[in-house]
Design a protein around this ligand. Structure first.
Ligand code: URA
Length: 468
């Protein structure tokens, strides 16, 4: 019998290297006992196993599933995953595709439970402000069902990069000081102070995103289980919102909508197929009330393109025609973008195209709606959607079309002329800043238009070449 002791509850690297060594030495799953060291030094590396040589390759999909399922709070997870690896190594290369296989079905259920828990953590974690001397720290308490803190901490780093925060859970805490992420032991609920200046903000936010027409008490309580309500200041607002739901629904029904026939004239095209995560996100974003822009816009304009796109283009916000069509870059700026992409040799169908802000911001002028630049707070709030799109698509190269897109992705003000064309490192990829296609449309004379057009083509060609 082999005993494998991993260094912590989500020690994926330790598990993977042990699994590899065991499979190569021909040790079957029933001869292995897995456990986790009760170490005081939380992230000490486990003793590396003696290297074993030999050909070992398992499908990427299996590795990805294992990376997720290993976060499940199930003591058998290491053994179940090794049993999968064992079978894949011994010839069942496509085992993860066999949903009817009881072992696969069980691991899939673990991975799904982890994904649901991850979604809840991202949606329901609330930070409270803690003042110590002259500094402010944000502290959030969450009770995950699974071991999801380690894998999710980088998401919170990206989302709240400029804040100093701590996420406390009963089994693990994560601390970000603006530069370094540190994982430490778990904490107790009492360590999160009650004094909460953000409470009013969260209440107002929840009231503003609450869509009375979609009120389903049963769904609300299962999506937002009571266990999380304790930590959600806005939950206090629910009874009041429910009481007024009917009046608010009637008011919404009376709001004028643009006819779908008019919208379809703009550029009817089938939406790109997108897997569940992206579709669910787009559906969620369609009810977005994070800022006030939804009030006057026709609809949320979500990104589109292939789920496996390696190149992402980020624009500023939908324009008049995009607002009507519900699709990004279909109006004049979109046509200019299409020309630039074609000239640069970039097939638009391979690119994921989205915007920093998902609602059209405009000023009415007679019958016309004139574009208005979104402000920093609108960009910041809308990052909620963009970050998640980027999380799902994981682009290798992201081209930022103009200052709003650059601000949204880089999290700081950007002067285009200063940073244009440079390779800017991002977690998991690179970004390039370039001009927005509508900049070309606004240029007054033919010669500057031709010059700027050529420069933008060069930028897009370079970005495409970065894909390798
Ligand atoms: N401008 C943008 O930034 N995005 C669009 O989708 C259209 C115009």
């Amino acid at each position: 019998m082999q005993s494998i002791i991993l260094s912590h509850v989500t020690d994926f690297d330790g598990w993977r290297s042990a699994a590899r060594g065991l499979a190569l030495r021909g040790i079957p799953p029933q001869d292995v006992v897995w456990s986790v060291e009760e170490a005081s030094d939380l992230f000490a590396q486990a003793e590396p196993a003696a290297p074993v040589s030999g050909a070992f390759s398992v499908p990427r999909a299996l590795v990805e599933m294992a990376e997720t399922a290993i976060q499940a709070r199930d003591p058998e997870r290491f053994a179940l995953l090794y049993a999968l690896i064992w079978r894949a190594h011994r010839g069942e290369k496509h085992i993860v595709e066999d949903a009817a296989d009881p072992l696969v079905a069980r691991v899939v259920r673990l991975a799904q439970a982890v994904r649901r828990d991850t979604h809840k953590m991202r949606a329901f974690l609330r930070f409270r402000e803690v003042h110590a001397e002259s500094t402010v720290r944000y502290v959030g308490w969450f009770e995950p069902d699974h071991y999801i803190v380690e894998a999710n901490a980088p998401f919170f780093v990206r989302r709240f990069a400029t804040m100093t925060w701590s996420i406390l859970t009963p089994y693990r805490s994560a601390h970000w000081d603006g530069e370094t992420l540190r994982l430490a032991a778990g904490a107790r609920r009492e360590e999160v102070p009650d004094d909460d200046r953000l409470e009013a903000y969260w209440r107002a936010y929840f009231a503003s995103i609450f869509n009375p027409a979609r009120l389903k008490i049963a769904a609300m309580t299962s999506e937002m289980p009571k266990k999380y309500w304790r930590n959600l200041p806005e939950a206090a607002a629910i009874p009041e919102l429910v009481r007024h739901a009917r009046e608010r629904t009637e008011a919404m029904v009376e709001r004028p909508v643009v006819s779908s026939e008019r919208a379809a004239r703009v550029r009817p095209q089938p939406a790109q197929a997108a897997p569940g995560g992206l579709q669910a996100l787009a559906a969620e974003a369609s009810g977005c009330r994070l800022c006030g822009l939804y009030k006057h816009a026709t609809q949320t304009v979500f990104g589109e393109g292939p789920f496996d796109a390696r190149l992402m283009l980020v624009g500023e916000q939908p324009g008049d025609q995009e607002d009507l069509a519900g699709r990004p870059f279909v109006g004049p700026a979109g046509q200019m973008l299409d020309r630039v992409l074609a000239e640069a040799g970039v097939p638009r169908a391979t690119v994921y195209v989205t915007n920093a802000v998902k609602h059209f911001k405009f000023e009415p002028r007679g019958k016309r709606r004139i574009h208005a630049t979104p402000d920093a707070s609108e960009i910041e709030l809308c990052r909620f959607w963009l970050d998640q799109e980027r999380e799902i698509i994981k682009p290798v190269v992201t081209v930022l079309l103009g200052a709003s897109a650059a601000r949204a992705v880089l999290g700081r003000p950007v002067t285009i002329s200063r940073e244009r064309g440079r390779r800017i490192a991002l977690p998991g990829g690179v970004a390039m800043v370039t001009v927005h296609p509508s900049f070309l449309l606004r240029l007054p004379d033919e010669s500057s238009r031709a010059r700027e057009y050529a420069a933008m083509v060069t930028d897009l060609r370079t970005a495409y070449a970065w894909l390798g």
